[in-house]
Design a binder for this molecule. Sequence first.
Ligand code: NAD
Length: 496
Amino acid sequence: MRRLTDQQVDRIARGLASRLGTGTSPIAEDPGVAREGSPGASPAAVVAPIEGFGLGEGVYDTVDACVSAAAAAFRNLSAASLSKRGEIIAAIRDTMRLHGDELARLAWEETGLGRYEDKVIKNSLVTEKTPGTEALRPETTTGDNGLTLMEWAPFGVIGAITPTTNPTSTVICNTIGMLAAGNSVVFNVHPGAARCSMATVRLINRAVIAAGGPADLVTAVARPTIESATQLMHHEGVDLLVVTGGPGVVAAAMKSGKRSVSAGPGNPPVVVDATADIAKAGRDIVFGAGFDNNIICVDEKEVFVVASVADDLIAAMRENGAYLVDQAEMARLEKEIFAENRGPRTHGVINKDLVGKNAGEILGRIGITAGPEIRLIIADVLEDHPLVWTEQLMPVLPIVRVPDVDRAIALAKEAEHGFGHSASMHSRDIEALSRMARVIDTSIFVKNGPIVAGLGAGGEGHTSFTIASPTGEGLTYPVSFSRRRRCVMVDHFRIV
Ligand code: NAD
């Protein structure tokens, strides 16, 4: 793995952060996301070295120990005020501002997936744009019979299962949303990302305690396995499951008998029609599909382009860091990408060694030397090609030429496999954009931008790294981790 110098990484990260609008304090520019706590009242950031493995600071060796510690912490938090919750979250944000880059490096080194500089952006994004307690807006109804108040109440102890692709950012994002809603959480993280995830959990515990909150609001199983995940899913002390990952973990959570917020896989299609700003579409697609080497579930995974503008789109992509493979190169590449090619229009089995690798490293496997400016490999393929139908999680993007926009939308719908996850379209035709929005029916639909804009990175709105399409919450936030509670005052406090 090629290592960049710190200076190179800082330069790249700053450039990307400014492009994505996640620079030093994007929250200040986003009126939709308020900071918790009163201005200036935020506790001092916790400066502390990050240790990896080891018990303590929320890390326990058994699921039982995690759940019982988190249950005690939940009881303590329930006795605290809403403003204390806000202070705790402000302290977590401050700590992550200090340590987000370090955690990004740990995640990159441990998993070997993606790009360090993009992981820095992901950590910054969740730190700044995950909503906190301000998202819990009570509703009131008044009338002749008095007043009814609808409140958002916590579930209790949440069991959260996280992926290897966004390990630290999911832990940070889940934690902020779940604690803001008044819960505590037990994490069973991906075994391949345990070290960086434990470091994140330990830092969060330090921040909570420094803010005067209870220990163990966030706990984690020190050596997570599928068995410990299964145990957590069935533990009687767990009140809600929140799982983020592929189809296996979603199916397991939904069969557990517990309520679950389940965030599953995607295969986000992009449609480009003849009215699009092709230069911008090319730039945005290369940026989005190359972001963190395509391991994010929302990253563009296949393109359907109207034939009359296909050559121009490919040219625009090449100008922006894409390498176009020819047919002979594609035949060699396929052998590297698939551990098992199951044929046309079918999800193949991918070669795990290439997941999340740089485009240059993947090209190297077929004898092509490419510089660091190449962020994405593109291939001009027919619609049946298995690359179109496979969530590969690597920077290799198939492009399919289609006769017209309706065919493009129909194919996009099919290639998305009904996950209802994410999609995008580049077009200036309002009717076509609206048609695709209705047909594709995904939790995230981005018009004229990279799909990461749908995560609030360079687009408006809050972020989430748990996009729960199967269970319907979409981009999760504190309300997704809350119960509705009604409080009724009869015949008093009425409006007249
Ligand atoms: P993965 O499914 O291999 O693992 C995710 C987590 O689930 C891990 O902690 C793993 O240990 C656990 N797990 C897996 N199978 C399980 C089972 N049968 N029972 C209990 N636990 C189980 O996924 P990954 O490779 O870490 O992440 C990539 C996948 O996650 C992709 O499919 C991607 O699209 C998806 N993803 C979705 C979202 C979203 O918000 N919808 C976000 C990130 C990743």
